[in-house]
Design a protein. Sequence first.
Lengths: 112, 112
Amino acid sequence: MEKNIEISLLFDFYGQLLKEQQQQTVTLYYNDDLSLSEIADQLNITRQGVRDSIKRAENLLFSYEEKLGLMKRFQKTEMGLYKIESLAEELADGYDKNTVQQIIDTAKSLHE
Amino acid sequence: MEKNIEISLLFDFYGQLLKEQQQQTVTLYYNDDLSLSEIADQLNITRQGVRDSIKRAENLLFSYEEKLGLMKRFQKTEMGLYKIESLAEELADGYDKNTVQQIIDTAKSLHE
């Protein structure tokens, strides 16, 4: 089972919607980097049970994002905020009307 | 049953996680402003069935927000973006270092 950075990100967003055991297995596997066997020992379930729990959790996390798309929306906003910050840093070094307009346009494009 | 603006907002965020019939009843009730009886006729279920479906949907929507808090987070970001836009509009009228700094600080406070 390949560890996937996207799962960690999705888990930060939607993890609270998972069942408690799924939250435990995903956290131990992705955040604490334990092996399936180590998790099995710790939670007193079979290695296959751990694998199934993580697999189901991953599928749920992907389905939440497919339905809601909130992580994608957040990431777009984050990018825009970094852009605004960097444009404003330029302005701190010297005034430029065009840069001000870019900040306005970026902020506008990000709110509804 | 009181119609609640918060439900409409929550539905925009999390509606896709509800069952299809719940999505239908909530949409007809909150967006299309039909009465329980009209919805019952249209979906060919009882008036009580409509009421129960909407109630369950409302509880789920509240629980999603309670667990994930994404609507609140989005709203905070929206407010910040409006603030940035308004600060940048001020800059378009005249340069002020303090305003530039406020834009930088606001953008920083909104991304992770």
